[in-house]
Design a binder for this molecule. Structure first.
Ligand SMILES: [Zn+2]
Length: 531
């Protein structure tokens, strides 16, 4: 009788309590993967100035599985009021949230001669104003995220003169590193010795050094790093031209540089549809991020935001599962290094496109000739020992793929070597998305031979090898696809996760072959296998 009553009560309660259950689930899983959002300084003014506004925000966060909020003090010449910030912080904390601060360093002091959101940091007045913003923020919060505008593109007379004979990249990296140390970290820690400051790197990794982001020194200096993973929609006229693999590449690349300092990935709804919005979340989690930040509360309440969030909520239980499958596991595949501060020339973000070809990449910051297989682009020339390392790999008969741009610049390497394949890019990595299935199979089968794998798939189907017994296949196309993998041994396999929740694929194993059939559009499949 008791049991029947309980079931009856649960049946009555559950339909109205689904939002509660996502909040509970998020709290149970926050050690694995935390979900957060940001209230920009303008959002603080618009939504957190009244108790009603704060309560609405709390309800929305709970329904979305968000357990950590960032409350911003400054953005674009607007500073949120201390009493509003403190009150919001206290209410969110009482409601069970973790609460941090944030600063967006736009329009501070003297404005850049180029982008008008950006400042001239050579200017002492700008530096002093920057320090004040961080002193103010550190007086309220114990953790401060800095949104990805902490760079400069100014070319004013003062900057020209201070630069002297240096390149812009070298001057800006020196300048920003010093400004960060003196005017952010020192200033904030003087007010609040316990404060932790996070540098969030933008998504545009091939241009970091040109504008003063110096990922090695700055990662050393800050307490934590975060990563922009906003790939949006490739076909969107305003925000597009980014492929989904970029979020995975940059999150893994910075994850290797940051090690335990690596926090989460951050993406937004601009120029997305529901389908491309949730792909950003999947890529962020697949790349082992410990947290994902949904930028930002105000933007998620309008335009495409509500539909995006609705779809994301359906995927959150699956994203926790995904985080569990990948957490701290080594990844296998083709070594794909971008040395920090390396120039891309005409091969901007080529790694993202190569990932879209179904080559499982292992992003790295240093060139390691002990890798079993490798992909190198012009970026590799940053390493003065590159030719020797490449020759070492070739003489060990390891398969190596290089871009045509790199081939043109190489000296002392036999381009006819049978283990070397040259990938034709013609100065435009977007061209790679036109390669046919047959062209791709031939490249993939060479590169994957050391792993005992052959992969037969059309373009825009990514493959990830994570841990010893997991592989992930992701169809980024708008059509269903059939793919197969062939192993050197008899394989047993089963699907353990499919995202989106209404996605599907057939799985069958015949001897050494694994077939995944009719993988629905924009779908990620996790497969557990044993050989
Ligand atoms: Zn300047």
């Amino acid at each position: 009788m008791f049991a029947i009553k309980t079931i009856f009560l649960l049946a009555l309660i559950c339909p109205s309590q689904t939002s509660q259950s996502l909040w509970d689930l998020a709290n149970e899983n926050k050690g694995l993967l935390r979900i957060s959002t940001l209230f920009t300084a303008q959002n603080v003014r618009a939504y957190l100035s009244t108790d009603e506004g704060i309560n609405n925000a709390i309800a929305w966060c709970k329904e979305t599985g968000i357990t950590h909020v960032f409350i911003e003090t400054y953005r674009g010449r607007y500073t949120a009021e201390r009493k509003v910030l403190q009150h919001a912080k206290s209410i969110f904390t009482s409601a069970g949230f973790e609460v941090s601060g944030c600063v967006t360093t736009t329009k501070i002091g003297k404005i850049s001669t180029n982008w008008k959101e950006i400042s001239c940091y050579t200017d002492k007045g700008t530096q002093e104003e920057l320090a004040k913003i961080f002193e103010y923020t550190a007086s309220i919060f114990d953790e401060i995220m800095i949104d990805d505008f902490l760079f400069t593109d100014c070319e004013c007379d003062q900057c020209q003169k201070a630069r002297g004979d240096k390149t812009w990249a070298d001057y800006r990296c020196e300048l920003m590193t010093k400004v960060n140390q003196d005017r952010i970290l020192k200033a904030a820690r003087a007010v609040n010795p316990d404060v932790k400051v996070i540098i969030k790197y933008p998504q545009w990794y091939d241009n970091f050094h040109n504008r003063g982001y110096e990922v090695v020194r700055q990662t050393d200096d800050f307490d934590k790093i975060w990563v922009g993973t906003e790939t949006r929609d490739y076909d969107n006229p305003r925000w597009g031209r980014k492929v989904q693999y970029e979020a995975y590449y940059i999150m893994r690349w910075l994850g290797e540089i940051g090690g335990p300092k690596t926090g989460g990935g951050w993406f937004d709804p601009y120029g997305t549809t529901e389908n491309t919005y949730v792909e950003q979340a999947r890529q962020t989690v697949l790349a082992d991020a410990k947290e994902m930040l949904l930028f930002c509360y105000g933007s998620l309440l309008r335009e495409t935001g509500p539909a995006n969030v609705k779809k994301l909520r359906t995927e959150i239980p699956g994203l926790f599962k995904l985080a569990e499958l990948v957490r701290n596991k080594p990844i296998k595949g083709v070594h794909a290094p971008k040395p920090p501060n390396s120039d891309a020339d005409e091969e901007m973000y080529v790694f993202d496109f190569v990932g879209m070809l179904g080559l499982p990449l292992v992003p790295a910051a240093e060139i390691n000739p002990d890798a079993k297989a490798a992909f190198f682009a012009v970026h590799a020339l940053r390493d003065s020992a590159f030719s020797d390392k490449l020759n070492k790999m070739l003489s060990a008969k390891k398969p190596v793929l290089i871009t045509d741009g790199l081939a043109k610049k190489l000296k002392g390497v036999n381009l006819e070597d049978e283990n070397l394949t040259i990938l034709k890019i013609d100065g435009n990595p977007h061209n790679l998305l036109k390669l046919t299935r047959d062209e791709l199979n031939s490249v993939r089968n060479k590169l994957l031979a050391p792993f005992g794998i052959r992969f037969d798939a059309p373009n825009k189907v990514a493959l990830y090898l994570i841990g010893d017994n997991y592989l992930f296949v992701e169809n980024f196309n708008d059509e269903p696809v059939d793919v197969s993998l062939e192993f050197s041994n008899v394989i047993k396999a089963q699907k353990t996760l499919v995202l989106p929740v209404n996605g599907s694929a057939g799985l069958s194993c015949t001897g050494t072959k694994l077939n995944l059939t009719k993988i629905t559009p924009r779908t990620l499949i996790a497969v557990e296998y044993s050989l």
